[in-house]
Design a protein around this ligand. Sequence first.
Ligand code: GRF
Length: 209
Amino acid sequence: MSPLPLVVLVSGRGSNLRALQHAIERDECAARIAAVISDRPGCDALAFASECGLTTRVIRPKAFTNRAAWDLTLAKAIGEHEPGLVVLAGFMRIVGEAVLADCGARIVNVHPSLLPAFPGLGAPARALEAGVRITGCTIHLVDAGVDSGPILAQAALRVRDDEDAAALHRRIQALEHRLFPHVVDAVATGTLSLDGPRWADGVRSVLFE
Ligand code: GRF
């Protein structure tokens, strides 16, 4: 079976990109990263991609007169790599209609909360403010809304009394780094269907810390 080609979209630190790449190198994820695309030149995620010899590209929204033009260019850039799956790994922008309709593959995102709770920015801090005792991360299909697409998998942890939002986010990210490669591998090997019914019997779609 040939590895599932991924296009990974990033904006920041790139810890989820690293986790994916490392899982691929350890043969724990039956995928290959065909390209890494970012909206932010100079981000750590791009530096890591270059170090690994991965194909990279920057598509800055500022270089376009409007959002639709940026979105169209992004859709074409993704499509050129003929991905089997598009992975948003800390991509801090909402993808638009052109990407959703025309990039040639389904799109998955990782979010640091147990959706549908706390969509959008600052999820760990808002979870703390709300006083929830359990939170975690969600891998979901991307649709036109904000963190609103169908849920594919979740991992949960207990909130500690003494932790701040940064510490909580770090612990959630440790779960993301396990769950995201697992979900991508499941798509690659066919144990997870993106068209539903989703998980083949007996496959865990949930992790507990
Ligand atoms: C992650 O916490 C993810 O849930 C959110 O953005 C963060 C990206 O982190 N969507 P990194 O760039 O992968 O380190």
